[in-house]
Design a protein around this ligand. Structure first.
Ligand code: MG
Length: 109
């Protein structure tokens, strides 16, 4: 297993898994639904651990990291099958946030 996994390497690893084990990518629409489902599973834990909802037995079978990884996995699938370079997209997003928001949150410091 790689020592360090860049975003690009993660995209490659997911693609390798899909091609060798997963068979094929689910359709973009199916993966969008799965991303929503996984986001809901993450939200379920957040609501019960950090929010006001009370956990039932079995609610916390999976931990926060596992659910975040599930969300990331499906997001990477969507990026791969739609030709999005997440490294470049993240870089552009960060640059935009730095440019746009450099004074926005100074009151929170
Ligand atoms: Mg999940």
């Amino acid at each position: 297993m790689d020592q360090q996994i860049t975003i690009q390497r993660a995209q490659e690893m997911v693609d390798e898994w899909i091609r060798t084990i997963g068979g094929r990518y689910f359709s973009e629409l199916t993966n969008m639904v799965l991303l929503t489902e996984e986001t809901g599973e993450l939200a379920r834990i957040i609501a019960r651990v950090y929010g006001d909802q009370v956990a039932k037995q079995g609610d916390l079978r999976k931990n926060l990291g596992e659910e975040m990884a599930d969300v990331l996995w499906v997001l990477i699938c969507l990026a791969n099958q739609t030709g999005v370079d997440l490294t470049q997209a993240f870089r552009e997003s960060l640059e935009k946030k730095i440019r746009r928001d450099h004074d926005r949150f100074k009151e929170l410091k």
